[in-house]
Write a protein that binds this ligand. Structure first.
Ligand code: ADP
Ligand code: MG
Ligand code: ZN
Length: 192
């Protein structure tokens, strides 16, 4: 009956918080189900893993319709989680609304912005319809302030490139903007 959206940049603790929320249902003896897009290749198959090692079983899906189909087959589930929801197609909004309407508590986590600071995929819609929004912050790797942005360390135009600390780092707005300005003078890697 309730949609909670957990958002923020990379390393903000989104996956950790998502797992924590779902585990609370399990402690109460309730069943939960966690989905993740197949595109997220960082975690072991069939599991969601946070950067600080928290893990939970997950079902891999390549589209929002797979979530809808899967939910037709299950029983006694109280809460549904989706990690990295920004990677799913636009129809996920309708799928989530339907699940909430049918009585499930739905928890999703996803990046609010891509590495260029633009709203990411369906996230703006989910943030708008959520009952609760948690906007978490990481720690800026440059200056130690609260980090709201994900900075891509190499300069190319790929919006969806799945990776961890090798490709992205959390930065505050000031350090993110300075990084973008520094990169502006350099050639795009995928245009060379
Ligand atoms: P997200 O899903 O938002 O990417 P995770 O829940 O997977 O985040 O990981 C959060 C964890 O990442 C933190 O608890 C911390 O242990 C670790 N971490 C590593 N670098 C940083 C950083 N610069 N800022 C905050 N947390 C960091
Ligand atoms: Mg995560
Ligand atoms: Zn900073």
């Amino acid at each position: 009956m309730h949609l909670t959206v957990i958002t923020g940049p990379m390393f903000a603790g989104k996956t950790t918080e998502l797992i924590r929320r779902l585990k609370r249902y399990q402690y109460a003896g309730k069943k939960v189900i966690l989905f993740k897009p197949t595109i997220d290749v960082r975690s072991p198959e069939g599991r969601v893993k946070s950067h600080d090692g928290k893990e939970m079983e997950a079902i891999e899906v390549s589209s929002s319709s797979e979530i809808a189909e899967y939910m037709e087959k299950v029983e006694d589930i109280s809460a549904v989680g989706i990690d990295e929801v920004q990677f799913l197609d636009d129809d996920i909004v309708e799928v989530i609304k339907d699940l909430v309407f049918r009585g499930y508590d739905v928890f999703v986590s996803g990046l609010d912005m891509d590495f260029m600071g633009r709203p990411f995929g369906v996230m703006p819609y989910l943030l708008a319809i959520a009952d609760d929004v948690y906007k978490l912050k990481a720690v800026c790797v440059v200056c130690g302030a609260d980090a709201t942005h994900s900075f891509k360390k190499k300069r190319d135009s790929l919006i969806i490139e799945v990776g961890g600390a090798d490709i992205y780092e959390p930065r505050c707005l000031r350090c993110w903007y300075e990084g973008i300005k520094e990169q502006e003078g350099t050639q795009l890697l995928d245009e060379s």
